[in-house]
Design a protein around this ligand. Sequence first.
Ligand code: NAD
Ligand code: IPM
Ligand code: MN
Length: 351
Amino acid sequence: MKTHVISVLAGDGIGPEVMPVAQAVLDSACEGSDVELRWEERPWGTDYFRSHGRMMPLNAIDKMADTDAIFLGAVGHPEVPDAETLWGMLIPIRREFDQYINLRPIKSLPGVRSPLANHEGIDLVIVRENVEGEYSAVGGRSGVGTEYAAAYQQAIFTKHGVSRAVSFAAELASERNGDLVSATKSNGIVHTMTFWDEVVAEVAGGFPEVRLTPMLIDALSARLVQSPQSFDVIVASNLFGDILSDIAAATVGSIGIAPSANLNPEKRHPSMFEPVHGSAPDIVGRGIANPVGQIWAGAMMLDHLGHPDLAVDVELALRSVLSSGLSTPDLGGQATTVQVGDAIVAALAGK
Ligand code: NAD
Ligand code: IPM
Ligand code: MN
C-alpha cells in the first residue's frame, strides 16, 4: 500500500464547503487500489487569524514540508484585507516551497453550458509564472492622507525566473501540439515585458520543435474569448496568467470548474493543488458552490503523486456527471455541492 500524506487547508468561504466533497471523491477513486491518502487537516485561514493574529502558525511551513502535497480550498474574507490573508497564507506557501509553475488546464466539457456558442474542442494549458513578476513585495505608499498620496509597485522579473517558467512551458508544448503562445505587452511601454520577450525567445530557441508566437495581452484576451480552440500552451507572467486563467475558465462554463497546480517541478518541496476560484463570499453558506474545480485539482494531485490512472478515473467521472446535466447553479443546474460530489463518487464506484 502506498500512503501519501496530504496537508489539507480548506481555508475560507466556500473552501470548507467544497473541500470535504473533493476528499470523498479522491478517497473513493483510491478505493480498491494500492493507494491511500492520509489527510492532515490544518484549520488555518481567516478564523485562525481572528483568534491568533496570524493566518497560520509560525511553524506552518515546517509542518507541511514533510507532507507529500498540499490541498488548498480558498483564501480571502470580505472583512479582513486581502493583504493580510493572502500575504499570510497563499503567497508564502507558493514562495517558501518554490512552486514557480502554476499550471492551469482548461478543457471543454461536452453537455455543459457555456457563454460561447462554439465551445467544443477547447483544450489548452496556461503556464503561469508563480513566484515573481508583478506580484512583488516591493512597493508601498507615500504621502498617505495628503493630496500627494501615491502608491507604487515594483514588478521584478529575473532571467532565472522567466527562463524556468518558459522552459517548463516549451517542454509541455513539445509534448502537445508544439504551439506556444507567450503573453506579453512589449510595445515599448512596459520595460519588464521587453525583457520577458527576450528571455522567452532565447529559451524557446532551444526547442526547435516548438513554434513560438508572442502575442500582446490585449489582443490575446480577445482571441481567447473568440476562439479558445486556437490555443494549445500559453506561457504568461504572474498577473497576466492569473487573469487569462479566469477568462479561459469562463469559456468552458464557469470559473467554478477550473483546477490549478502550484508546482515545484523538481519535487524538492511539496506542490499545492487548488481550484482557480476564490472564497466566493457571495454564495457562501448556501451549499451551491461548484465542487468540480476542487475535485479536478485533486485529480491533478493524484497525477503529480504518480497515479495518472486514478487521475483519469476522476476526470472521466466528473465529465460523465456534468454531461448528464447534473450541475450547480453557476452552470445552469439546480444541484447542490454535495449532490454533485455524491454523483461523482457513484460514477467512480460504477466504473
Ligand atoms: P471568486 O473566485 O471567489 O468569485 C468570483 C465569482 O465566481 C463569484 O460570483 C462567485 O460566487 C463565483 N464562484 C467562484 N467559485 C465558485 C464555485 N466554486 N461555484 C460557483 N460559483 C463560484 O473571486 P472574488 O469574489 O473576486 O474573490 C473573493 C475572495 O477570494 C477575495 O478575497 C479574493 O482575494 C480571494 N481569492 C482567493 C483565491 C485563492 O484562494 N487561490 C483565488 C481567487 C480569489
Ligand atoms: C489565484 C488568485 C490569487 C492570485 C490571489 C488570491 C492572490 O487569484 O490563485 O488565481 O492572483 O494568484
Ligand atoms: Mn486568480
